[in-house]
Ligand binder design. Sequence first.
Ligand code: 3HC
Ligand code: NAI
Length: 725
Amino acid sequence: MAATRRLANTVAVITISHPPVNALSSSVRHALVKEFGEASRDPKVEAIVLNGSGRKFSAGADIREFGTSAIKTVSLEDINSTIEASQKPVVAAIEGIALGGGLELALACHYRVADIQAKVGLPEVLIGILPAAGGTQRLPRLIGVPAALDVIVRGRHIPASEALKLGIVDEVVQGNALDAAIQLARKVIGYPLNKKRLSTVRISSDSNLEDFLDTAVEKAKKQFRGAKAPLACIEAVRASVHLSYHQGLEKERQLFFSLWATGQPQAQQYAFFSEREAGKWTHSSGARWDTEEAKPIRTAAVIGLGTMGRGIVISLSKAKIPVIAIEQDAQQLEVGKKAVNSLLEREAEKLKQQGSVPSSNLGSVHFTLDFGELQDVDLVIEAVYENMELKKEIFRKLSSVCKPDAFLCTNTSGLNVDEIASVTHRPNQVIGTHFFSPANIMRLLEVVRGQQTSLTAIATAMNLGKKLGKVAVLVGNCPLFVGNRMLGPYLEQASYLLEEGYYPEEVDQAMEEFGFAMGPFRMMDLAGLDVGWRSRTEKGLTGAKVPQGTPARQRLGSRYSPLADILCESGRFGQKTGRGWYQYEKPGGRTGKPDPWVKDFLQKYRKTHQIKQQPSNPEQIVERCAFALANEGFRILEDGIASCPEDIDVIYNNGYGWPKYRGGPMYYASSVGLPKVLDTLEKYYKANPDVPSMKPAFLLKKLAALGGPPIKEWRTQVGKPVNKL
Ligand code: 3HC
Ligand code: NAI
């Protein structure tokens, strides 16, 4: 049943019942109309309370119904208007969540009571749309335009205590919100309801408000780069200031349909569901997320407190897991301890602001140099330098010190997990947990299964990812795994573009206008150019190991761009040295400016190597970089390193600043049309046979020959994966 009704004395309690999150599907909406109508007509009922089953009010409209005929049946706003107009007081009892249409339904009620754990919000913007059941019109009338704009444009989930301060809810209770709502409903029987009907409230407009909205538009354009939904949200809120409620509602509706026509909501909703699907991993043995049991992780350890280790410690602590943090010497331990403690203080401050007690919500952190203290931990995450010999030394130690059933994880960004596992007595307990920087903030976690990794280890690492609030994606073990492997051809193209006449700022601008959070050169400067340089030196692609007589722009018969190597040889490592592809105000500076040195260097380089200059064409920049990424994605699917294109997209959306409104590189390739992607790659490869990464992948050809089937059908065309390790 989609909604039920019972009587508590003279209060009718209508409970939405659509597990797991009480999404307001067509059947729920019909049930609400029926139950609400009957309660309104029932002379025994003097007040009405709305709540949700399973201690969740509602996660809003049923996203799966968008684009189907189900959405066209009774509208949520019609229900909201009926509730608001009710002569009997209506109280929303908010437990767990009231999001999107769920909060809009609650805003139509005359009063709202929330439990202290509840979160409310209008996160529609995150799935490419705007609140479309009156939310953009009622919320500004309730809490004012500036506060409403912040809630709607950022789409954040607001804790109950903050919702109370903002005035979104009337009461927050420690205990049972339903009981409190029933009590409140009884108390307000007979009270006048006019002021509680938000659609009747007037917002007074002044020039400051106009300036505020104009500034918000400019800010949103910069911050959300090409995403249409935040701008539509601002326009809808602007309508609440200038138009009557009903005209504003009409504007909200029009904006919804114009957003839908851009294709961005479809891409973002694909991204939303792909993230949820990523957790439902499958294994070639037939084992799955729901057949394998994860072991509980009660205590953990982190080895190495550098850039990554610090963030990993904070992530674990935020998930209330006590951590032992280890460094190589007293000095490094002190540096790491200071950094971790300062991050922990910030987390504690945030918790205090949310009304929570830090000591009961953060796991303790114990700092030590003694590996002997690790004998009882359930799981260890190694985050020392990216060096195979060092990693092996650490894993040998861990294997002898830790209890036999402890899981040993490595945060390597691309080394062979099997080789690391091979030095332990328990390769089945070894697994890659590849966090992204900063690890306490970035949502992505690549979980890398080795040849011998047990299903329990996979289940445990995937479960830990969820517990840490990450999006964990299970991938296979190959050099650089999925995300970083795809980055190779992308950065290679970016470099070739410089050789052919572009400058770093032009390539970055094109990719940022496409929607990337950061163009490739800004990204390299941030990450540090020395990291890749060290790895290329180790591989003999640059430095002393390169055989005498090797042409400057060729390695192993393929094209090679030595530009980044030359920058590193000049001490230009990026932000950390104050110079890289850009110049910075100081070493460690964040604001990069185009550097005349780089311009001069590129001009001389092109002259020396007599490279033919391409006419400027931003579209070509995007095509070459984005198609190079996707082409490698097809190869990764062929190799069985990612189990589906959706997983690759989740990785790019959450770890590499890919614009979610373009769905991910595989979704993008699909939306551009696989025949077009194939044609572009074929032309490029024909003209540049020394760039093997642009040779169209076999799977791409196969799918293009089928006319580019929908992305959900690609899985069936992959065939038997070949692990190329
Ligand atoms: N519609 C349909 N299905 C939904 C849904 C929704 N609004 N919200 C969640 N689900 C589904 C998920 O796909 C998942 O399904 P599965 O079990 O088959 O994979 C299941 O519910 C559980 O979701 P999560 O795995 O995400 O569970 P969590 O507990 O981690 O998170 C949540 C719960 C915070 C509610 C999160 O799911 C979420 O953020 N949901 C989306 C909320 C949202 O965007 N609401 C706005 C909808 S649009 C709208 O309301 C338009 C209105 O203005 C008219
Ligand atoms: P880092 O250089 O910032 O930190 C490494 C830390 O390990 C240092 O503090 C060092 O003192 C410590 N260490 C070295 N030997 C040790 C030992 N024997 N015992 C205990 N501690 C020891 O390195 P970073 O960037 O944190 O990288 C760590 C790992 O994470 C590497 O494998 C790297 O490839 C990977 N990674 C790095 C990312 C990044 O953006 N920096 C992103 C994702 C993964």
